[in-house]
Design a binder for this molecule. Structure first.
Ligand code: PLP
Length: 395
């Protein structure tokens, strides 16, 4: 018996456990400290009333023989897929149809699982810094030596340049975690053109699209001409509607998308039908409610709440001369730590001197060293209080 030794190539994932360890050591020494957590990448507001009502009704459906549901259909329940097709695509002038949409339990699983349909020999490009799942899932799949890093920094405004060699799979994340930056149409067009020229595939993660308030910024890769021939899009209800604990998202694989003359839509349909048995009826009814008139208003209020928090932090940083990225169309605020610190020493400084927990940028890749991430996911009062504390610090 042999284990998958590729797992041994994974770097120890110590970011969040190291944060937890340092915070608990600090709490032990300073039990009186009022710690504010601005490091979280998880939502904190409860599900909106429309979603809760819909879930209650769905639970009742499951209690009666006439309305009980067993295994869900492979693409997802029609009532949900129809709403996704209409509200996220057709109403925005995008020609995506129901059989191109696959409802799932979230973007994390899908961005990892999609690798099942690609050959091991592919060369992969990821931005640095980035959501670590893209790198780790490729290492698990045996591509440790085949990952190219598209480095981003203050110099290029955290917007990736095209790879300087041929790559087969490119992950793009906009709005980006951790930098909070978004990709505009021109930049995305360059990647779409590159992918179509070199026969590559773009894996476009738009888990944070609901935070985009600027109408000029694309929310979907399919707003870019040519994308249906080269891109797969991942969406999630996690940050859009507070579903991190409920689990629902979806992936779009266009029918036009072929490589080696093989339909990727068919491969993904086969992969999902074989290894995934769908999302619970109650959860899909919950997701459906996000698209009702009231539901849309309610989730928008929550998004605005987080965006306001992000703006509060951004303004605070600006007032003390710290240049930041994100916060405009993203819950994340990303900034360079003052000269004398690196990511972790700034983490310790902030914890000890302001009792604030953030996330060291180096946890998202080598290029994140010297940067720091704060988030708008805390509550408004704590966020204001944290900003007051930061303003009093001397760097
Ligand atoms: N993609 C990005 C960029 C994320 O930051 C996250 C979660 O933090 C996810 C995907 C995971 O989304 P889900 O909860 O749908 O699995």
């Amino acid at each position: 018996m042999k284990v998958n030794r590729e797992y041994l190539n994974l770097k120890k994932s110590y970011l969040f456990s190291e944060i937890a360890k340092r915070v608990s050591e600090f709490e032990e020494k300073h039990p009186e400290a009022k710690i504010i957590r601005l490091g979280i990448g998880d939502v904190t507001l409860p599900l909106v009333p429309e979603v809760i009502d819909s879930m209650h009704r769905a639970v009742d459906d499951m209690s009666k023989k006439e309305t009980f549901k067993g295994y869900p259909p492979e693409h997802g329940q029609d009532f949900l897929v129809e709403k996704i097709e209409k509200f996220d695509y057709k109403d925005r002038g995008l020609d995506i149809s129901k059989d191109e949409i696959f409802v799932s339990d979230g973007a994390k699983s899908d961005t990892g699982n999609i690798l099942d349909i690609f050959d091991k020999d592919n060369i992969v490009a990821v931005c640095d810094p980035i959501y670590p799942v893209y790198v780790d899932t490729n290492i698990m799949a045996g591509r440790d030596g085949q990952i190219i890093y598209l480095e981003t920094s203050q110099e290029n405004g955290f917007s990736p340049n095209l790879p300087n060699r041929k790559v087969d799979i490119i992950y793009l994340c906009s709005p980006n975690n951790p930098t909070g930056t978004t990709m505009d149409r021109n930049t995305l067009k360059k990647f779409v053109d590159y992918a179509n020229e070199y026969d590559s595939i773009l894996l476009f993660d738009s888990a944070y699209e609901a935070f985009i308030t600027d109408d000029n910024l694309p929310k979907s890769i399919y707003e870019i001409p040519g994308a249906k021939n080269c891109a797969i899009e991942f969406r999630s209800f996690s940050k859009t509607a507070g579903f991190t604990g409920v689990r629902c998202g979806y992936t779009v694989v266009p029918k036009d998308l072929k490589r080696d003359s093989i339909s990727l839509n068919e491969l993904w349909a086969r992969r999902q039908a074989t290894k995934f048995n769908g999302v619970s009826y109650v959860t899909q009814r919950a997701a459906e409610a996000v698209y009702s008139e009231k539901g849309r208003k309610q989730v928008e209020e929550n998004i605005n709440y987080y965006l306001n928090n992000a703006k509060t932090i951004a303004k605070g940083l600006e007032s003390i001369g710290i240049k930041y990225y994100g916060a405009e169309n993203s819950p994340y605020i990303w900034f360079k730590v003052p000269e004398k610190f690196d990511s972790w020493s700034f983490f310790d400084y902030l914890l000890e001197n302001a009792n604030i927990v953030g996330t060291p940028g180096v946890g998202f890749g080598k290029m994140g060293e010297g940067y720091f991430r704060l988030t708008g996911f805390s509550d408004a009062d704590s966020t204001k209080e944290a900003v007051d504390r930061i303003k009093k610090l001397s760097f």
